[in-house]
Design a protein around this ligand. Sequence first.
Ligand code: NDP
Ligand code: 2IT
Length: 447
Amino acid sequence: MFKSSYLNELMERVIARNPHEPEFHQAVREVLESLEPVVEQSPEYVTSGVLERLVEPERIIKFRVPWTTDDGKVVVNRGFRIQFNSAIGPYKGGLRFHPSVYEGIIKFLGFEQIFKNSLTGLPIGGGKGGSDFDPKGKSDSEVMRFCQSYMTELFKYVGADVDVPAGDIGVGAREIGYLYGQYKRITNLYEGVLTGKGLTYGGSLGRKQATGYGLCYFTQAMLEAKGSSFDGKTVVISGSGNVAIYACEKATTLGAKVIAMSDSNGYIVDNNGIDLDAIKEIKEVKRQRIKEYITTHPTATYTEGCSGIWTVKCDIALPCATQNEINEESAKALVKNGVSAVSEGANMPSTPEAIAVFREAGVLFGPAKAANAGGVATSALEMTQNSERLSWTFEEVDAKLHTIMINIYNNASSAAERYGMPGNLVAGANIAGFLKVADAMLAQGVV
Ligand code: NDP
Ligand code: 2IT
């Protein structure tokens, strides 16, 4: 329940208009809660309908994706692209290929992306897409045929100045390559329509590392503000995909010891510190399961099931797998074991109940929109390099990413203070992200 009857009615309308989409409701509710003091002080956001317009996507594209398996069977998946908000730039956001994808997941991710992209300080609007296709266990040719079919429909709606997709769960360098090849073939355009591209055809150095590195830069800024750092800390990271791997790499460089990682089947604990080369070989090269790790690291342990990872004692937890992976019970286990900071690499990995547990326990909490914005920020840097037809060095990109993450921390932190909620980075990130988009919407009239 909100104090404001206007916000209560708006939330009810969102639920009624988007039934059976709990993840989207969760994402909207959290943002509206943060905005309560803002709309109190600035009623023009209500009278101009900015909030009503923000919670309704500008465009939803939904399409059939037929493709053929290696043994000749026809399979039909569903494709989505939600172009949520273009007030401050072309739609920008990843594509997720995972069997759990449906319209509500893409809507929640697209909605979050609006505020995240605004926080980067770069001119990018919010969008997201994907499919219920599962790349796991498929051959490269099957993945290629799927991607070609997906792009054969999507190309009508995207473009370097229109909408620029990228990776997310299940979409990495391989998928981006196939999608790009098909876009170029159909349109005859060599343009930056996707980010996360390979380095030989317009990709940016540092994009692969950006979300994980950025997460650590953000977390470092949050720790430093409390006189702490990664140095000497133990870290638990869920997931073992793109975000998790490069969060592990940077946390280790900053002096921490990462002792646990996971995939959707289970988790490994290695008290000697995770051997990241072994993880990269298993996940990036061989596309195997994380339990393979213990065959070459006999002192490490493997446990089936994902949620148990949050019972591993650590100083810092970095959830980098998926939404709602930390519930109230997991949050309590982390707090009981003395966690001092939780910072979100995944999108919305903590349930509202979990966030409340962290807040009550005084745990430093870095919300996803702010903490994982380094990936999309570096995608925007890739777009800039594509536009100017130049490539920057890794060091240039990494330095810009570092500065962006520190700015995001400072902006979220000062917005929280300005609205009377010092230290509440959830509220601060939502407010700071909102204000820029809302002011652009006000200036552009009712569109
Ligand atoms: P990847 O596909 O590279 O890796 C995903 C990892 O999370 C895998 O280890 C996967 O395990 C695990 N995982 C996925 N779904 C589930 C699930 N339902 N339950 C348990 N584990 C699961 O994806 P990314 O690393 O790119 O994305 C991870 C998270 O980070 C997502 O929330 C994404 O939205 C977010 N993110 C990604 C960005 C990027 O630049 N890539 C930017 C900002 C946020 P398994 O292999 O077993 O499926
Ligand atoms: O959630 C995200 O920010 C991403 N998956 C990255 C999006 C992008 O356009 O790089």
